[in-house]
Design a protein around this ligand. Sequence first.
Ligand code: ATP
Length: 362
Amino acid sequence: MTPYLELRGIGKRFGEHQVLTGVDLSVRQGELVCLLGPSGCGKTTLLRIIAGFEQASSGALLLQGQDILGQSPHQRGFGMVFQSLALFPHMTVAANIGYGMKLKGIDAKARAARVHELLETIQLPGMGDRPVSALSGGQRQRVAIARALAVPPKLFLLDEPLSALDAQIRESMQIELRQLQQKFGVTTLIVTHDQHEAMMLGDRLMVLRGGQVQQCATPGQMYRQPANAFVAEFLGAANLVRGRVLSAESVELLGHAVALSTGMAAGTPILLALRSEDIRLQGATVGQAAGTGSTGNVNLPAQVEFVRDLGATVDVLLRCGGQVLRCRGQDAWMRQAQAGQAVTLSFDAMNCNWLNEDAKDA
Ligand code: ATP
């Protein structure tokens, strides 16, 4: 089946600076994809190319099979919420939201009803008569979302749409945004540097690094099987544990020799993505020896560095073999743990993701 939106080998350079390289992406109709990556990785540039504000240096961009790279932003007719795209400051909130409907010739009564409904959705009921200039930054972001969705667009492009909102309203707006997008079935791309927001919103996430796609997958797939160390570290989902193969039957992990057969040659560097919730902790050191059972269950002595009680869960930072690891659990004793306390950490090494790239190499 032809994808609704397709990016084929999109590249972009500004002078000598190659900002995007060979970006491929296929988006299904009605899908929401989050573009995610650290500052400067090219997210906004990619969105601006899709919107038509920026020319690609190479590649093709197809909407329902038709190349649209030659079309102006106006011809593309996409809905956009970009930080640089201000609302009309001299108009009221209602006039801003109703603007697209008016251009489409929708009558005043139907417009007013729709504006009323959208104001409820963005949690600004009764504020239609306010001038936009009297709104806070977060309120303006919400009005911009409502304006873009008042007439469901062919494609909805958002650049950090919720960045000005505080934590509580941000989460409720994430849910509202997702529900609106699903209700209208609008194919949507959202740029964010917030991995939690991306996980919450996206059907799929695309992680960029230095203008290159690292992985494109559902949030669950990316969390469980990060394509490389960069993705694992960027999602903040895992501790990266470096080590090396010692022999056919043992490896060095976290400064300890542990029995584990990997089938790899002695001296081979290894890298494990160890999720914080996959580390089990016991309050006292069990025995003295580090080691493994036959299933790859690793037990190591560690020291508590820091405890953060998050309410539902507890984060414990541990020092083990010179590395600090984050462990997340729910045990009551963990809330009482003290810095300096000796503990035993255990994990199943065979259940970890074994990565073959080093995130620090870039
Ligand atoms: P952030 O999360 O900080 O907004 P980003 O991932 O959206 O970052 P971009 O804004 O796309 O990144 O920028 C990618 C790179 O391209 C940066 O190094 C930036 O300096 C450069 N860049 C962007 N626009 C231009 C331009 N018009 N001319 C020259 N360089 C540019």
